[in-house]
Write a protein that binds this ligand. Structure first.
Ligand SMILES: Nc1ncnc2c1ncn2[C@@H]1O[C@H](COP(=O)(O)OP(=O)(O)OP(=O)(O)O)[C@@H](O)[C@H]1O
Ligand SMILES: [Mg+2]
Length: 335
């Protein structure tokens, strides 16, 4: 069995998975103490991780009906993320590994997200194209295989989840705002506001989102805010994000075709991948291009330890040696 810990931001999560990839227990606690600050406070997050892990590790073992001695591999997110949280989670897992004389696997959080749609899903085949849509990153990867990832595009400024949160803040919605914008967008007119499409004519596969946020800010400052304004702006903003994602996906697929890489699956991962309108629109586009669009179960979209356990299992099965002396790296990039 594998015990995995995820503490890179404001979710504290523990998973116990067997070597067949079956989850025996999975507990994710979303820290609520940041709401009043309108964003994650790193110091509070690390202190909360410390308190919550002490409660949920015994609970996860109990739920799985096993003891610590049954665990063969320990793993934790070691980056990228907030350094305090990474230190708490990884030191917890590493200490348990040392105490039980077992191996510790440091896992890259982004790799966890990239592999998350594979958890108990045999329908995805390598190589596949992955759009990583989170609060901290917007990146496009060709996932050639386990441990072989090629970054081909990324945001040059804000991440897509970050811009959802910032626009939500401008509209007076609470943090995190992504799901709230999705809800409000259902009630609004997506054609009401004309927002910019940054890097539309750019030849690279990169994204840019911060100009949209600025544009929303300028429009809202000039408006008298009402329920209608919030709904219409949410719909217009979400629509623009979808437009950008679809057009960039089109460009990316052309690039992949030119390189004669044969893919049949496109996956979207990360918190923003739980947005139903985004899923629906990208699915429609992929279908037109004879591709499958897949995404993780909702519980594996935002931060969770199941994807860390799963990644650890893939490393173990593929005989990828863990970097035993790896320290946490808040900016750990996938090479
Ligand atoms: N339904 C939704 N629509 C749009 N955005 C959403 C939705 N649900 C969640 N999000 C956004 O997803 C983000 C959180 O995702 P996730 O937990 O994957 O990011 P993160 O872990 O903070 O970033 P990273 O993985 O890059 O470190 C938040 O910005 C949140 O607003
Ligand atoms: Mg994440």
């Amino acid at each position: 069995m594998i015990l995995a810990i995820e503490t890179s931001c404001d979710e504290t999560s523990v998973a116990i998975m067997n070597f067949k990839g079956f989850l025996l227990s999975h507990i994710t606690i979303n820290q609520k103490n940041h709401k009043k600050f309108g964003g994650v406070v790193p110091e509070i997050a690390s202190r909360e991780h410390l308190q919550i892990l002490q409660l949920i590790i015994p609970r996860a073992l109990e739920k799985a009906n096993i003891s610590l001695n049954n665990i063969k591999l320990f793993s934790a997110t070691c980056g990228p993320g907030l350094v305090g949280g990474l230190l708490v989670g990884s030191n917890f897992a590493r200490s348990m590994a040392i105490g039980c004389k077992k191996t510790f696997y440091p896992i890259n959080h982004l790799e966890g997200h990239l592999l998350s749609p594979l958890i108990n899903n045999k329908k995805i085949s390598f190589p596949y194209l992955a759009l990583l849509l989170t609060g901290g990153h917007t990146q496009t990867y060709i996932v050639n295989n386990i441990n072989s990832y090629e970054l081909i595009g990324e945001s040059v400024d804000d991440a897509v989840g970050e811009v959802f949160d910032k626009v939500a803040k401008i509209l007076g919605l609470s943090y995190p705002g992504g799901a709230l914008i999705e809800k409000r967008a259902k009630l609004g007119n997506s054609k009401k506001y004309n927002l910019p499409h940054p890097l539309e004519k750019d030849k690279t596969l990169n994204f840019s989102f911060s100009g949209i946020k600025t544009s929303v800010n300028i429009i809202i400052k000039k408006s008298i805010i009402s329920e209608n304004v919030v709904n219409n702006m949410s719909a217009s903003f979400q629509n623009k994000i979808i437009d950008i994602l679809v057009k960039k996906l089109d460009k990316t697929l052309n690039f992949i075709n030119q390189r004669k890489i044969n893919i049949s699956d496109v996956v979207i991962v990360g918190g923003v991948a739980s947005n139903k309108k985004i899923r629906y629109s990208l699915k429609k586009f992929c279908k037109k291009n004879k591709l499958n669009l897949l995404y993780p179960l909702n519980q594996f979209c935002s931060d969770n330890a199941a994807m860390i356990a799963w990644t650890c299992l893939q490393h173990y099965k593929n005989k990828i040696k863990p970097k035993l002396n790896f320290k946490v790296d808040p900016r750990w990039q996938l090479k």
